[in-house]
Design a protein around this ligand. Structure first.
Ligand SMILES: N[C@@H](CCC(=O)N[C@@H](CS)C(=O)NCC(=O)O)C(=O)O
Length: 200
């Protein structure tokens, strides 16, 4: 199998960490591609019409895309238990929250990268950051006991989201007032799978 990926992508990082944590890294070749909303690469669109990464090219079926689909499939294949039955809905909600942080953070990057200065909207950028800030406040207030539990895909997604904030938005001090989340990430970010997939 091949995973279409890119070193900076937080969504692709979810799949890469999942591969390592599920013990499937040797089954999948990582192929770096350049995803662009303005110039879709046929190497991606031939597998994912949305032109987004990650996409997982399988030997025995059509390509899978969207990190949530890929991670769920990898987890089922390995029987890794990253979506535990006992707290499935919490895990999926945490993953969705982390993905929402990534979506907003990526859109801020795109606003700067693709929209010429006179058309750029600071209000829109702050609206995206508002989503991130509210999500982080909610995690700090209500999710710390879940984060202290056994490894699951929600935790992995959150680790990738926080890593992306540090990577692309170092000027936004997300740790301020969120000491519990900061402490959790200081430990989680040192897992071998997280260290092996740091954004670049
Ligand atoms: N919901 C998707 C989002 C994937 C995504 O937005 N990937 C970005 C890279 S981080 C991308 O491919 N962007 C290219 C585009 O928007 O066309 C997932 O979870 O896989």
């Amino acid at each position: 199998m091949q995973l279409l990926t890119a070193p900076p992508s937080p969504f692709a990082r979810k799949a890469r960490v999942c591969l390592i944590e599920a013990g499937l890294a040797d089954d999948v070749e990582e192929v770096n591609v350049a995803a662009s909303a303005l110039a879709p690469d046929p190497a991606i669109t031939s597998h994912n019409p949305l032109g987004k990464i990650p996409a997982l090219i399988r030997e025995d079926g059509p390509a899978l895309y969207d990190s949530r689909v890929i991670c769920r499939w990898l987890d089922a294949r390995a029987g890794a238990g990253l979506y535990p039955d006992a707290r499935l809905w919490e895990t999926l909600t945490l993953e969705a929250t982390a993905d929402g942080i990534m979506d907003a953070a990526v859109l801020i990057v795109y606003e700067h990268r693709f929209r010429p200065e006179p058309h750029r909207s600071e209000d829109w950028i702050e609206g995206q950051w508002g989503k991130i800030a509210r999500a982080l406040d909610t995690l700090e207030a209500r999710w710390m006991s879940h984060l202290a539990g056994r490894l699951d895909m929600g935790q992995i997604a959150l680790g990738c989201a926080l890593g992306y904030l540090d990577f692309r938005h170092p000027d936004r001090p997300w740790r301020a007032g969120r000491g519990a989340l900061d402490d959790w990430y200081a430990v989680f970010g040192e897992r071998a799978a997280m260290r092996a997939t740091r954004p670049a």
